[in-house]
Design a protein. Structure first.
Length: 414
């Protein structure tokens, strides 16, 4: 079909220019209803997607679907032609959508165990790859709001991204889909309060005290309060480490580690830092993923310095340096701002985390503490609720330092 054949041309153009081009539409809202079946290890889902065309003639819509089984697609109660293969759903619109015209698609589907959707006999949770449980435009440059209704099994506790209004979980600021998440299961539950924020814990872990301390430290150093009324940490089976809006998923084995080694707070702090640098300030696309992971890694190191002293900080920074230098020795070094990617899998690894943290430590050393933390606060203030690129961070540091740092950023970032 002619409309569907036009899509590969976009992929070819992206391949020639580095990072993929944005899709020719933006999603504004996902309205999702999930019915989990623990016994059958599956989830029945229905999503209504409101999207807006960004081009003069939008003939078809491509969505990421991972390994989902698509049952039906409706556009205004009519069943359009669609193709589903290779982790993509392509829907041929009944009539072309003009620029800024809004369309709505309703998709019914079944989700089973996948990389981004994990099942145990008594738990289900998600991890990063939102397309494994929700048909979506699963790219950080497409930010949307979310309404998520989950019909949990009896006695199951539920946590999900955003604010619970008694019926649904709501993400009310446009957000990249990888920050949508949920967990449900037969968890122990506890709550505490810290500076007006409800700290909720699902699972066997006693973390409210250190979480409150980390939260206060980050608020002071960034100049911005925690961005929400609640923060939930879920300790699950398996090895998940995932941030989401107002939510972090962690391994229950880490909760057990904290019971015997309460000083092992790096992971707790790293994931909480993402509520500032991933949720509050979102990298524009995967090219500047280090602005999420490098900053979160460094902020965790800085908290350990605050809690345990300079030696602990130096140990963490040296660890990042060692891991980064191992990448260099293997010929895997690359700029922190990296545009030669096609999928999110190509932007992870040690570079954004550990080259990013080591660069920030060097920046702090060269600028002095006062100037560096002023730059962090300025970056946070000027870019809150905005998509960012590395130039935004450089601009804030230039302003704080009252000098041009372009040579330093050219060495490390670009």
């Amino acid at each position: 079909m002619k409309p569907l054949a036009a899509l590969p041309a976009l992929a070819l153009a992206a391949a020639l220019t580095g990072a993929p081009l944005p899709r020719p539409y933006t999603v504004e809202h996902y309205d999702v209803h999930l019915t989990p079946d623990l016994a059958a290890q599956r989830i029945g889902g229905e999503v209504t997607i409101r999207l807006r065309s960004q081009i003069d003639r939008l003939d078809a819509v491509e969505l990421d679907t991972g390994s989902l089984e698509i049952s039906s697609v409706l556009e205004n109660q009519r069943a359009p032609y669609f193709e589903h293969n290779g982790g993509r759903l392509i829907v041929d619109l009944a009539t072309p959508a003009h620029k800024q015209e809004v369309r709505t698609l309703t998709i019914r589907y079944m989700a089973r165990a996948a990389k981004g959707l994990v099942f145990y006999p008594d738990q289900i949770y998600t991890s990063f790859f939102t397309h494994d449980w929700l048909p979506s435009n699963d790219r950080p440059d497409d930010r949307a709001t979310l309404r998520l209704v989950i019909d949990p099994p009896p006695h199951a506790k539920v946590a999900a991204s955003g604010r619970f209004d008694g019926t649904a979980w709501l993400v009310e600021s446009p957000t990249p889909p990888f920050l949508f998440a949920f967990a449900l299961g037969d968890f122990a539950e506890s709550t505490a309060q810290a500076d007006g924020v409800t700290l909720r814990t699902l699972g066997k872990a006693n973390v409210s005290g250190p979480t409150a301390e980390v939260l206060r430290f980050f608020a002071e150093r960034t100049g911005h309060a925690y961005p929400g009324a609640s923060y939930t940490q879920v300790f699950t089976h398996g090895q998940v480490e995932q941030e989401a809006v107002g939510l972090t998923l962690l391994p229950e084995s880490y909760g057990e580690t904290l019971a015997t080694h309460p000083e092992d707070l790096w992971l707790l702090a790293h994931e909480l830092a993402h509520q500032w640098y991933a949720v509050g300030i979102q990298c524009k696309d995967w090219s500047d993923f280090w602005l999420n992971e490098g900053l979160a890694t460094f902020m965790a190191d800085a908290f350990l310095e605050h809690r345990y002293g300079k030696t602990r900080y130096q140990q963490e920074i040296q660890r990042s340096r060692t891991l980064y230098e191992a990448q260099v020795a293997q010929g895997k070094d690359r700029p922190l701002s990296y545009t030669d990617w096609q999928t999110s899998d190509q932007v992870g690894g040690a570079i954004p985390y550990h080259k990013g943290a080591w660069f920030l430590a060097e920046l702090r050393r060269q600028l002095t503490d006062a100037v560096f933390w002023q730059g962090i606060r300025l970056y946070t203030k000027d870019n809150w609720n905005k998509p960012v690129v590395s130039n935004d961070f450089e601009r804030s540091m230039d302003t704080a330092a009252h000098k041009d740092l372009s040579k330093l950023f050219a060495r490390w970032v670009f």
